[in-house]
Write a protein of this length. Structure first.
Length: 309
């Protein structure tokens, strides 16, 4: 091949780009690598420590946006199952038209769930830290992989006596039975003898204004702290209803109980900790449960029923 042909090929593959009269190597994170045997696609990026991190790129049919179209799930409806459960139910019913299931039936291995499985958020009064980094771990207890593109993790905390929400577009894939870890600020290092939990690996880092996000709790504030996971709804506010209980407008699934209902169709999971953001009726906006957080507490959700049961 001639030099010109080589350069044209490198430009076509996105490895180099024209910059005026000069040629520059494309940023590593902008290059797609394809495994020659499996055909799987990957992106690579450099983390704050200088480590090379890879992330698999999903096939088009695995994107949630395309699964929504293929399944026919109604994005404007809401139910106790949440978005992921409604999507799985729609996919199941399309594949099993003679054995369709209703919103309130248990679909076993095809049921929900992606949930907020664990996180570490220290108190501002902590002298030592039992974990090296802020993190949120999402858990997929279903039998299906989920591409998280189009999903957002939201974090709310008090800033200057007002409730502020931060939004992270998720980019990777959470495997069936697997986890997806989002890492934030450092509180210690691997050699810290007080840090029993070492966050050595993760799937995505969360930056705000060029800095890793800090989940440290302001213990002097009367405002709330929490996480919410949504499909779409990138600009979720602290007063958007994701959970609403004991409301006469919600669906009653039997004669004796009114289940907590996912009031917003985008909702996947949500949780408050330390203090919640509540309305005048004392019902939480994102979640009705507020977890108690004490010094060096790490939250871990070890068991959760399918919301349809």
């Amino acid at each position: 091949m001639t030099e010109s042909e080589v350069l044209d090929l490198l430009k076509k593959q996105g490895i180099i780009r024209e910059d005026g009269e000069n040629l520059r190597i494309t940023d590593l994170s902008d290059i797609t690598f394809i495994h020659q045997d499996t055909g799987k696609k990957y992106k690579f990026f450099i983390n704050e420590s200088g480590d090379l991190i890879n992330q698999e790129i999903p096939n088009d049919e695995d994107l949630l946006s395309n699964r929504v179209i293929a399944s026919g799930v109604d994005l404007d409806s809401w139910s106790a199952r949440g978005f992921i459960g409604r999507l799985r139910l729609a996919e199941y019913n399309k594949a099993n038209p003679s054995n369709r299931l209703s919103e309130t039936q248990n679909i076993g291995l095809y049921s929900d769930r992606i949930k907020i499985g664990a996180f570490y958020a220290p108190l501002d009064t902590d002298i030592v830290h039992g974990c090296t980094r802020a993190f949120v771990e999402l858990e997929n207890t279903s039998d299906s992989d989920f591409c998280l593109q189009g999903c957002y993790l939201h974090y709310t905390r008090p800033t200057e006596e007002k409730q502020t929400v931060y939004h992270l577009p998720l980019t990777g894939t959470i495997k069936a039975g697997g986890t997806y870890v989002i890492a934030g600020a450092y509180y210690g290092n691997k050699k810290d003898e007080n840090a029993y939990i070492k966050v050595d690996s993760y799937d995505q880092e969360w930056y705000e204004d060029g800095k890793l996000i800090d989940f440290t709790i302001d213990t002097s504030s009367e405002l709330g702290n929490g996480f919410a996971l949504t499909y779409g709804n990138p600009d979720l506010t602290p007063t958007t209803y994701l959970w609403k209980a004991n409301d006469s407008s919600v669906t009653i699934f039997n004669d004796t109980k009114t289940y907590p209902n996912l009031y917003d169709p985008s909702s996947i999971d949500a949780i408050y900790f330390f203090k919640g953001v509540i309305d005048s009726s004392k019902t939480g906006y994102w979640a009705k449960l507020v977890l108690d957080i004490t010094s060096n507490t790490m939250y871990k959700n070890t068991f959760e029923l399918d919301p349809a049961q």
